[in-house]
Design a protein around this ligand. Structure first.
Ligand code: TRP
Length: 335
């Protein structure tokens, strides 16, 4: 019996080109993307339009955008199977954002915790883009009729508002948008700060708190050596009472695919110094091939260009279809 091909579910995620992703981003999110490429129809967008909600240095923004593209390739994402593109290359994002701004309430935006945090942090530049940032993100998702959106904890509120906006437009005009859901990977290691292990590892913290995917082996070793532990001398997994040591154990477990029990058993009687050097070597080993491929891609500008051009074309086609459909339903005269 012939099987009817099932339409793949679509996944869209975005990542801002501000700073190099951390080991936490890699373990918690990026390395899992590779595993999705056969089962799902995946789009990964470099969210450059989002970055200018805070001031960016032009040359740095450009360099970091290209680096992020090279990094997505270096972690193994196949551009034949995934659509990789720059948000700013697909003008439909800005167009859809205007439309959806008119279906979003000021009250909803002012309740966003990230807006409150960021406007406290950048009090001299509380611009309208920062305020309506979640609307742009909703546009990113809805333009592609995405079914699933892999997001971190800090983005769940934005995804919720995206669903609300989509449902509102659908309620007024009929079936315009697919209502997306969050995609939370089963292997969800939450990597924490090396200096303050109660908090998540973040690239906006001071250097010693995080490992960047592009850190040199020396920097990696040094940062682990300085990582906060505790005053005991027992390697035991106990996130409540021993957050530093437990963080190192879960990083090691994520990198080696060894269960934590097995790791603690094999390290019985050893000191924190041993644990730190073991995690450091596992990290160096994991990142070395990624860094080597990254360097190759960065040396091949023509290839990078061909990838993002094609990505923009593919994404643009899908986005245009949704934009036209939405604008027609609202009552704009067709071009
Ligand atoms: N706002 C997200 C972040 O800062 C990035 C992002 C932009 C995104 N558009 C998106 C994530 C669409 C998922 C889907 O992390």
């Amino acid at each position: 019996m012939e099987q009817t091909p099932v339409k793949k579910q679509r996944i869209l995620s975005g990542i801002q080109p501000t700073g190099t992703p951390t080991l936490g981003n890699y373990i918690g999110a990026m390395r899992n993307w590779k595993l999705l490429e056969d089962e799902y129809d995946c789009l990964y967008m470099i969210a450059d339009l989002h970055t200018i909600t805070v001031r960016q240095e032009p040359a740095k923004l450009r360099a970091q955008s290209m680096q992020l593209l090279a990094l997505l390739l270096a972690i193994g994402l196949d551009p034949e199977k995934n659509v990789l593109f720059f948000q700013s290359h697909v003008p439909q994002h800005a167009q859809m954002s205007w439309v959806l701004n008119c279906f979003t309430y000021m009250g909803e935006m002012s309740r966003m915790t990230q807006f409150k945090d960021k406007s406290a942090k950048h009090a001299d530049n509380i611009n309208c883009g920062l305020f309506t940032y979640p609307v742009l993100m909703a546009s990113d998702i809805l333009l592609y009729q995405a079914n699933l959106v892999p997001v971190g904890q800090d983005q769940t509120q934005h995804l919720e508002i995206c669903r609300d906006i989509a449902a509102r437009v659908n309620g007024l005009y009929g079936n315009v948008f697919t209502i997306p859901e969050g995609y939370y990977s089963k292997v969800g290691t939450r990597v924490r700060s090396l200096q303050d292990p109660k908090r998540k590892m973040s690239k906006s913290d001071p250097e010693d708190c995080f490992i960047s995917i592009l850190d040199t082996p020396d920097a990696i070793r040094r940062k682990y050596r300085r990582a906060v532990t505790d005053s005991e001398a027992e390697i035991r997994y106990d996130p409540e009472n021993k957050p530093g040591v437990s963080n190192l154990l879960s990083i090691l477990s994520a990198l080696t695919a060894e269960p934590i029990d097995a790791l603690t058993a094999s390290m019985a009687g050893k000191g924190y110094g041993d644990l730190k050097s073991t995690v450091a070597e596992a990290t160096v080993e994991t990142l070395a091939p990624i860094q080597a491929r990254f360097a190759q891609y960065m040396n091949d500008k023509a290839y990078l260009e061909s990838v993002y051009r094609r990505g923009a074309e593919q994404a643009g086609r899908l986005a245009e279809r949704t934009l036209q459909k939405c604008m027609k339903k609202i009552g704009f005269v067709a071009r």
